[in-house]
Design a protein. Structure first.
Lengths: 155, 155
DNA sequence: GGTTGACCTCAATCATACTTGAGGTTTTAT
DNA sequence: ATAAAACCTCAAGTATGATTGAGGTCAACC
Protein backbone atom coordinates (compact mmCIF):
# COMPACT_ATOMS: atom_id res chain seq x y z
CA UNK A 1 0.00 0.00 0.00
CA UNK A 2 1.33 3.41 -0.94
CA UNK A 3 1.49 6.28 1.51
CA UNK A 4 -1.39 7.98 -0.26
CA UNK A 5 -3.58 4.93 -0.02
CA UNK A 6 -2.71 4.59 3.65
CA UNK A 7 -3.76 8.20 4.13
CA UNK A 8 -7.04 7.55 2.36
CA UNK A 9 -7.89 4.51 4.42
CA UNK A 10 -6.97 6.22 7.65
CA UNK A 11 -9.53 8.81 6.58
CA UNK A 12 -8.26 12.00 8.17
CA UNK A 13 -7.33 14.02 5.17
CA UNK A 14 -5.40 17.25 5.49
CA UNK A 15 -6.32 20.25 3.40
CA UNK A 16 -3.09 20.00 1.43
CA UNK A 17 -3.72 16.39 0.56
CA UNK A 18 -7.27 17.09 -0.53
CA UNK A 19 -6.08 20.03 -2.59
CA UNK A 20 -3.53 17.92 -4.45
CA UNK A 21 -5.86 15.02 -4.94
CA UNK A 22 -8.82 17.04 -6.11
CA UNK A 23 -6.86 19.48 -8.20
CA UNK A 24 -8.17 22.63 -6.52
CA UNK A 25 -6.16 25.03 -4.39
CA UNK A 26 -6.22 25.11 -0.64
CA UNK A 27 -7.77 28.55 -0.84
CA UNK A 28 -10.62 27.13 -2.91
CA UNK A 29 -11.27 24.46 -0.29
CA UNK A 30 -11.42 27.13 2.39
CA UNK A 31 -13.74 29.08 0.16
CA UNK A 32 -16.05 26.12 -0.47
CA UNK A 33 -16.19 25.55 3.25
CA UNK A 34 -17.25 29.12 4.00
CA UNK A 35 -19.92 28.69 1.35
CA UNK A 36 -21.18 25.50 2.93
CA UNK A 37 -20.28 23.17 0.07
CA UNK A 38 -17.88 21.00 2.02
CA UNK A 39 -17.17 20.36 5.68
CA UNK A 40 -14.25 19.64 7.94
CA UNK A 41 -13.48 19.29 11.58
CA UNK A 42 -10.42 20.54 13.40
CA UNK A 43 -7.59 18.68 15.10
CA UNK A 44 -6.00 19.85 18.35
CA UNK A 45 -3.86 22.37 16.54
CA UNK A 46 -6.88 23.94 14.77
CA UNK A 47 -6.04 22.43 11.42
CA UNK A 48 -8.75 21.14 9.09
CA UNK A 49 -9.33 17.44 8.67
CA UNK A 50 -11.58 15.88 6.04
CA UNK A 51 -13.40 12.65 5.48
CA UNK A 52 -12.43 10.98 2.20
CA UNK A 53 -15.83 11.60 0.65
CA UNK A 54 -14.88 15.25 0.38
CA UNK A 55 -12.92 14.20 -2.72
CA UNK A 56 -16.08 13.00 -4.37
CA UNK A 57 -17.85 16.17 -3.35
CA UNK A 58 -15.16 18.30 -4.90
CA UNK A 59 -15.20 16.21 -8.07
CA UNK A 60 -18.94 16.73 -8.25
CA UNK A 61 -18.56 20.44 -7.65
CA UNK A 62 -16.09 20.72 -10.50
CA UNK A 63 -18.17 18.64 -12.86
CA UNK A 64 -21.25 20.69 -12.10
CA UNK A 65 -19.36 23.92 -12.59
CA UNK A 66 -18.18 22.70 -15.96
CA UNK A 67 -21.84 22.26 -16.82
CA UNK A 68 -22.40 25.88 -16.02
CA UNK A 69 -24.10 25.37 -12.71
CA UNK A 70 -23.42 27.99 -10.04
CA UNK A 71 -22.00 27.19 -6.64
CA UNK A 72 -25.26 28.21 -5.08
CA UNK A 73 -27.19 25.67 -7.15
CA UNK A 74 -24.56 23.04 -6.48
CA UNK A 75 -24.89 23.72 -2.79
CA UNK A 76 -28.64 23.20 -3.03
CA UNK A 77 -28.21 19.86 -4.73
CA UNK A 78 -25.44 18.70 -2.42
CA UNK A 79 -27.75 19.54 0.45
CA UNK A 80 -29.94 16.62 -0.63
CA UNK A 81 -27.18 14.25 0.43
CA UNK A 82 -27.60 12.69 3.86
CA UNK A 83 -26.34 14.82 6.69
CA UNK A 84 -25.55 12.27 9.33
CA UNK A 85 -24.11 9.31 7.51
CA UNK A 86 -21.58 9.00 4.72
CA UNK A 87 -23.37 9.10 1.37
CA UNK A 88 -23.87 5.71 -0.25
CA UNK A 89 -23.74 4.63 -3.82
CA UNK A 90 -27.47 5.26 -4.08
CA UNK A 91 -27.15 8.79 -2.72
CA UNK A 92 -24.55 9.72 -5.29
CA UNK A 93 -26.50 7.96 -7.97
CA UNK A 94 -29.58 10.04 -7.31
CA UNK A 95 -27.50 13.16 -7.43
CA UNK A 96 -25.93 12.04 -10.66
CA UNK A 97 -29.35 11.65 -12.21
CA UNK A 98 -30.17 15.15 -11.15
CA UNK A 99 -27.06 16.50 -12.89
CA UNK A 100 -27.79 14.40 -15.93
CA UNK A 101 -31.23 15.86 -16.29
CA UNK A 102 -29.83 19.37 -16.00
CA UNK A 103 -27.14 18.58 -18.49
CA UNK A 104 -29.65 17.17 -20.92
CA UNK A 105 -31.61 20.36 -20.61
CA UNK A 106 -28.55 22.45 -21.24
CA UNK A 107 -27.56 20.40 -24.22
CA UNK A 108 -31.04 20.73 -25.64
CA UNK A 109 -30.92 24.46 -25.00
CA UNK A 110 -27.61 24.70 -26.81
CA UNK A 111 -28.97 22.74 -29.73
CA UNK A 112 -32.01 24.98 -30.00
CA UNK A 113 -29.67 27.90 -29.80
CA UNK A 114 -27.48 26.54 -32.56
CA UNK A 115 -30.48 26.05 -34.79
CA UNK A 116 -31.66 29.53 -34.02
CA UNK A 117 -28.26 30.98 -34.72
CA UNK A 118 -28.18 29.12 -37.96
CA UNK A 119 -31.66 30.14 -38.99
CA UNK A 120 -31.60 33.71 -37.85
CA UNK A 121 -28.17 35.17 -37.54
CA UNK A 122 -26.96 33.34 -40.59
CA UNK A 123 -29.97 34.29 -42.63
CA UNK A 124 -29.87 36.77 -45.44
CA UNK A 125 -32.65 39.01 -44.22
CA UNK A 126 -30.76 42.19 -43.57
CA UNK A 127 -33.68 43.99 -45.08
CA UNK A 128 -34.75 45.84 -41.95
CA UNK A 129 -38.41 45.41 -42.59
CA UNK A 130 -38.52 41.62 -42.68
CA UNK A 131 -35.85 40.10 -40.43
CA UNK A 132 -37.14 38.95 -37.06
CA UNK A 133 -34.03 40.39 -35.50
CA UNK A 134 -35.11 43.84 -36.56
CA UNK A 135 -38.82 43.24 -36.41
CA UNK A 136 -40.45 42.02 -33.32
CA UNK A 137 -43.96 41.87 -34.71
CA UNK A 138 -43.90 38.46 -36.35
CA UNK A 139 -41.59 36.94 -33.80
CA UNK A 140 -42.21 37.43 -30.14
CA UNK A 141 -45.57 39.06 -29.92
CA UNK A 142 -46.17 42.57 -28.73
CA UNK A 143 -45.40 42.23 -25.06
CA UNK A 144 -41.68 42.42 -25.59
CA UNK A 145 -39.72 45.08 -27.34
CA UNK A 146 -38.16 42.97 -30.02
CA UNK A 147 -34.97 41.17 -30.91
CA UNK A 148 -34.89 39.26 -27.68
CA UNK A 149 -33.52 36.13 -29.13
CA UNK A 150 -33.20 33.80 -26.22
CA UNK A 151 -35.52 34.46 -23.37
CA UNK A 152 -38.12 31.88 -24.15
CA UNK A 153 -35.92 29.07 -22.86
CA UNK A 154 -34.24 28.79 -19.53
CA UNK A 155 -32.04 31.67 -18.35
CA UNK B 1 -44.89 52.25 -42.16
CA UNK B 2 -44.78 52.42 -38.39
CA UNK B 3 -42.70 54.96 -36.51
CA UNK B 4 -40.27 52.27 -35.51
CA UNK B 5 -39.81 51.12 -39.07
CA UNK B 6 -39.26 54.69 -40.12
CA UNK B 7 -36.61 55.01 -37.44
CA UNK B 8 -34.93 51.87 -38.67
CA UNK B 9 -34.85 52.95 -42.26
CA UNK B 10 -33.60 56.40 -41.38
CA UNK B 11 -30.76 54.57 -39.69
CA UNK B 12 -29.76 56.87 -36.87
CA UNK B 13 -30.70 54.86 -33.85
CA UNK B 14 -30.63 56.37 -30.39
CA UNK B 15 -29.28 54.42 -27.48
CA UNK B 16 -32.71 54.18 -25.91
CA UNK B 17 -34.21 52.73 -29.04
CA UNK B 18 -31.44 50.18 -29.43
CA UNK B 19 -31.81 49.23 -25.77
CA UNK B 20 -35.52 48.57 -26.14
CA UNK B 21 -35.17 46.77 -29.42
CA UNK B 22 -32.30 44.56 -28.35
CA UNK B 23 -33.51 43.87 -24.87
CA UNK B 24 -30.37 45.08 -23.11
CA UNK B 25 -30.07 48.11 -20.87
CA UNK B 26 -28.59 51.39 -21.94
CA UNK B 27 -25.81 50.83 -19.43
CA UNK B 28 -24.95 47.55 -21.10
CA UNK B 29 -24.71 49.27 -24.46
CA UNK B 30 -22.34 51.83 -22.98
CA UNK B 31 -20.40 48.97 -21.47
CA UNK B 32 -20.16 47.06 -24.75
CA UNK B 33 -18.94 50.20 -26.40
CA UNK B 34 -16.16 50.75 -23.88
CA UNK B 35 -15.17 47.13 -24.47
CA UNK B 36 -15.07 47.65 -28.20
CA UNK B 37 -17.93 45.30 -29.07
CA UNK B 38 -20.13 47.92 -30.66
CA UNK B 39 -19.63 51.41 -32.05
CA UNK B 40 -21.47 54.66 -32.28
CA UNK B 41 -20.92 58.18 -33.39
CA UNK B 42 -22.13 61.34 -31.71
CA UNK B 43 -24.61 63.95 -32.83
CA UNK B 44 -24.13 67.67 -32.22
CA UNK B 45 -25.35 67.32 -28.68
CA UNK B 46 -22.86 64.53 -27.84
CA UNK B 47 -25.49 61.83 -27.88
CA UNK B 48 -24.79 58.39 -29.27
CA UNK B 49 -26.19 57.36 -32.61
CA UNK B 50 -26.08 53.84 -34.02
CA UNK B 51 -26.30 52.18 -37.37
CA UNK B 52 -29.08 49.59 -37.52
CA UNK B 53 -26.63 46.71 -37.76
CA UNK B 54 -25.84 47.28 -34.12
CA UNK B 55 -29.05 45.36 -33.41
CA UNK B 56 -27.68 42.33 -35.13
CA UNK B 57 -24.40 42.72 -33.32
CA UNK B 58 -26.15 42.84 -29.97
CA UNK B 59 -28.26 39.81 -30.89
CA UNK B 60 -25.09 37.97 -31.78
CA UNK B 61 -23.44 39.04 -28.53
CA UNK B 62 -26.35 37.72 -26.53
CA UNK B 63 -26.54 34.46 -28.42
CA UNK B 64 -22.83 33.90 -27.98
CA UNK B 65 -23.02 34.68 -24.30
CA UNK B 66 -25.77 32.14 -23.93
CA UNK B 67 -23.37 29.62 -25.42
CA UNK B 68 -20.93 30.44 -22.68
CA UNK B 69 -18.57 32.52 -24.76
CA UNK B 70 -16.89 35.42 -23.01
CA UNK B 71 -17.15 39.00 -24.20
CA UNK B 72 -13.46 38.95 -24.99
CA UNK B 73 -13.87 35.98 -27.32
CA UNK B 74 -16.96 37.54 -28.85
CA UNK B 75 -15.00 40.69 -29.47
CA UNK B 76 -12.31 38.68 -31.27
CA UNK B 77 -14.87 37.06 -33.52
CA UNK B 78 -16.76 40.26 -34.21
CA UNK B 79 -13.43 41.79 -35.16
CA UNK B 80 -13.44 39.53 -38.22
CA UNK B 81 -16.36 41.51 -39.61
CA UNK B 82 -15.47 44.18 -42.15
CA UNK B 83 -14.47 47.47 -40.65
CA UNK B 84 -15.29 49.88 -43.40
CA UNK B 85 -18.52 48.63 -44.91
CA UNK B 86 -21.71 47.34 -43.41
CA UNK B 87 -21.48 43.56 -42.99
CA UNK B 88 -23.25 41.59 -45.69
CA UNK B 89 -25.19 38.39 -45.54
CA UNK B 90 -21.98 36.49 -46.26
CA UNK B 91 -20.10 38.18 -43.46
CA UNK B 92 -22.71 37.24 -40.90
CA UNK B 93 -22.96 33.80 -42.37
CA UNK B 94 -19.26 33.14 -41.88
CA UNK B 95 -19.53 34.34 -38.32
CA UNK B 96 -22.51 32.12 -37.75
CA UNK B 97 -20.54 29.11 -38.89
CA UNK B 98 -17.84 30.03 -36.45
CA UNK B 99 -20.36 30.10 -33.59
CA UNK B 100 -21.90 26.87 -34.77
CA UNK B 101 -18.60 25.08 -34.66
CA UNK B 102 -17.98 26.36 -31.15
CA UNK B 103 -21.44 25.37 -30.08
CA UNK B 104 -20.99 21.89 -31.51
CA UNK B 105 -17.80 21.59 -29.53
CA UNK B 106 -19.48 22.70 -26.37
CA UNK B 107 -22.36 20.34 -26.88
CA UNK B 108 -19.95 17.50 -27.44
CA UNK B 109 -18.07 18.52 -24.32
CA UNK B 110 -21.28 18.52 -22.33
CA UNK B 111 -22.20 15.12 -23.66
CA UNK B 112 -18.81 13.69 -22.73
CA UNK B 113 -19.24 15.27 -19.37
CA UNK B 114 -22.66 13.75 -18.91
CA UNK B 115 -21.33 10.33 -19.78
CA UNK B 116 -18.48 10.82 -17.38
CA UNK B 117 -20.79 11.95 -14.64
CA UNK B 118 -22.91 8.94 -15.28
CA UNK B 119 -20.08 6.48 -15.41
CA UNK B 120 -18.00 7.84 -12.61
CA UNK B 121 -19.89 9.89 -10.11
CA UNK B 122 -22.86 7.59 -10.36
CA UNK B 123 -20.75 4.49 -10.07
CA UNK B 124 -20.65 2.31 -7.04
CA UNK B 125 -16.93 2.39 -6.45
CA UNK B 126 -16.74 4.17 -3.17
CA UNK B 127 -14.04 1.74 -2.22
CA UNK B 128 -11.20 4.23 -1.95
CA UNK B 129 -8.67 1.91 -3.46
CA UNK B 130 -10.36 1.37 -6.82
CA UNK B 131 -12.41 4.38 -7.85
CA UNK B 132 -10.72 6.63 -10.39
CA UNK B 133 -11.97 9.59 -8.45
CA UNK B 134 -9.89 8.56 -5.48
CA UNK B 135 -7.11 6.91 -7.40
CA UNK B 136 -5.26 8.73 -10.05
CA UNK B 137 -3.02 5.87 -11.03
CA UNK B 138 -5.27 4.10 -13.51
CA UNK B 139 -6.91 7.23 -14.77
CA UNK B 140 -4.90 10.22 -15.74
CA UNK B 141 -1.33 9.07 -15.64
CA UNK B 142 1.24 10.14 -13.12
CA UNK B 143 1.79 13.71 -14.15
CA UNK B 144 -1.30 14.96 -12.42
CA UNK B 145 -2.29 14.59 -8.82
CA UNK B 146 -5.53 12.73 -9.30
CA UNK B 147 -9.24 13.26 -9.39
CA UNK B 148 -8.97 15.93 -12.01
CA UNK B 149 -12.07 14.96 -13.83
CA UNK B 150 -12.32 17.44 -16.62
CA UNK B 151 -9.11 18.94 -17.77
CA UNK B 152 -8.49 16.79 -20.79
CA UNK B 153 -11.07 18.64 -22.85
CA UNK B 154 -11.30 22.34 -23.48
CA UNK B 155 -11.34 24.75 -20.55
C1' DG C 1 -39.97 78.99 -23.36
C1' DG C 2 -40.36 75.83 -19.99
C1' DT C 3 -40.85 71.24 -18.31
C1' DT C 4 -40.21 66.46 -18.89
C1' DG C 5 -37.81 62.64 -20.54
C1' DA C 6 -33.76 61.01 -22.61
C1' DC C 7 -29.13 61.49 -22.64
C1' DC C 8 -24.16 62.44 -20.93
C1' DT C 9 -19.79 61.08 -17.77
C1' DC C 10 -17.58 58.97 -14.16
C1' DA C 11 -17.06 56.69 -9.94
C1' DA C 12 -18.86 53.37 -7.07
C1' DT C 13 -21.17 49.16 -6.23
C1' DC C 14 -22.74 44.32 -7.05
C1' DA C 15 -22.36 39.28 -7.84
C1' DT C 16 -19.68 35.22 -8.64
C1' DA C 17 -15.67 32.70 -7.79
C1' DC C 18 -11.77 32.74 -6.25
C1' DT C 19 -6.47 34.16 -5.14
C1' DT C 20 -2.96 36.66 -2.66
C1' DG C 21 -0.60 38.38 1.15
C1' DA C 22 0.42 39.59 5.91
C1' DG C 23 1.22 38.05 10.24
C1' DG C 24 1.24 34.20 13.17
C1' DT C 25 0.90 28.91 14.70
C1' DT C 26 1.49 23.89 14.12
C1' DT C 27 3.51 19.84 12.29
C1' DT C 28 7.15 17.21 10.42
C1' DA C 29 11.67 15.93 9.53
C1' DT C 30 16.45 15.80 10.69
C1' DA D 1 15.88 21.17 19.29
C1' DT D 2 15.36 23.59 15.43
C1' DA D 3 14.26 24.68 10.78
C1' DA D 4 11.24 24.03 6.94
C1' DA D 5 6.85 23.04 5.35
C1' DA D 6 2.20 23.21 6.08
C1' DC D 7 -1.37 25.30 8.25
C1' DC D 8 -4.32 29.20 10.41
C1' DT D 9 -7.30 33.88 9.92
C1' DC D 10 -8.77 37.83 7.85
C1' DA D 11 -8.63 41.59 4.74
C1' DA D 12 -7.81 43.00 0.28
C1' DG D 13 -7.35 42.19 -4.56
C1' DT D 14 -8.61 40.13 -9.30
C1' DA D 15 -11.57 39.18 -13.27
C1' DT D 16 -15.93 39.30 -15.68
C1' DG D 17 -20.07 41.54 -16.70
C1' DA D 18 -22.54 44.50 -15.77
C1' DT D 19 -25.91 48.18 -12.74
C1' DT D 20 -26.67 52.31 -9.97
C1' DG D 21 -26.36 57.01 -8.72
C1' DA D 22 -24.79 61.79 -8.69
C1' DG D 23 -24.53 65.79 -11.05
C1' DG D 24 -25.35 67.93 -15.22
C1' DT D 25 -26.89 68.60 -20.46
C1' DC D 26 -29.94 68.04 -24.47
C1' DA D 27 -34.17 67.43 -27.06
C1' DA D 28 -39.15 67.11 -27.73
C1' DC D 29 -43.55 68.64 -26.93
C1' DC D 30 -47.20 71.87 -25.71
Amino acid sequence: MTDQQKKLVEANLTVGFVAKRSGVKVSALHFYETKGLIRSWRNNGNQRRYKPDVLRRVAVIKAAQAMGITLEEIKQTLATLPDKRTPTKEDWSALSKNWQAQLDERIAFMQRLRDRVDGCIGCGCLSMTKCPIYNKDDYLGDTQSGAVLLNNSQE
